[in-house]
Design a protein around this ligand. Structure first.
Ligand code: ZN
Ligand code: ZN
Length: 205
């Protein structure tokens, strides 16, 4: 039987949690159950083969897009990046002390347990605080079945940092990435006349 101390330790080193309602689909009010791109079920997966990413893209006024992408589709998207693009991305994050960010998240997590707001209310690259609505940014979480990872996802990236990051990548890479994600919206969305134009997620998975 676990002693209370062990229990406390286990809680503080929590690596996953039930998916927070924040990452539920606004459209259905429930969890994302299938990949928005290929329709594969997201509910049967184990940690290795079944992880998936949930994106929430915020415009100035509101949530402008949300979707969930299965492991295979993420792999396919990443496969489009050239070696040069991968190195550029790696350099971008090294230059911005992402490890410092991760250490501070980790120590906050060990002190007070996992807090979603600490993970997503500021940009993980520049630390600026994000308003919802108010600031254009993207929030990403990594999930398996009905649980979500607590480290390093979920995380948020502000539009300014996304722009900086995009500057590092070739136009060809950015065009391919946009085309890949545009395919998520083949049919006109409900209320599409007033919907903001579709925007691809940032390239940082
Ligand atoms: Zn898929
Ligand atoms: Zn930023």
């Amino acid at each position: 039987m676990d002693r209370p101390d062990d229990e406390k330790k286990n809680r503080l080193f929590q690596s996953s949690a039930p998916i927070d309602r924040f990452f539920y689909s606004l459209e259905t009010g429930g969890m994302f159950r299938s990949c928005t791109r290929c329709s594969q079920s997201l509910m049967a997966g184990d940690e290795k083969s079944g992880s998936y990413l949930i994106y929430k893209i915020y415009g100035v006024n509101d949530l402008s897009a949300e979707f969930a992408i299965c492991h295979e589709c993420v792999e396919e998207a990443m496969g489009m990046l050239s070696e040069e693009s991968r190195q550029s991305l790696q350099r971008f994050f090294e230059e911005r002390s992402i490890m410092d960010y991760l250490f501070s998240r980790m120590s906050a997590c060990m002190t007070s347990g996992f807090q979603l707001s600490e993970a997503i209310d500021s940009c993980f690259v520049c630390s600026s605080s994000l308003q919802r609505p108010g600031t254009c940014h993207t929030v990403v979480s990594k999930c398996s079945g009905t649980t979500m990872d607590c480290m390093p996802y979920p995380m948020s990236l502000c539009d300014k940092c996304e722009e900086d990051l995009n500057q590092r990548l070739s136009q060809k890479t950015r065009d391919e990435w946009d085309r890949f994600f545009e395919s998520l919206f083949i049919d006109p969305r409900p209320g599409a006349a007033n919907a903001p134009p579709f925007k691809s997620p940032p390239i940082f998975v």
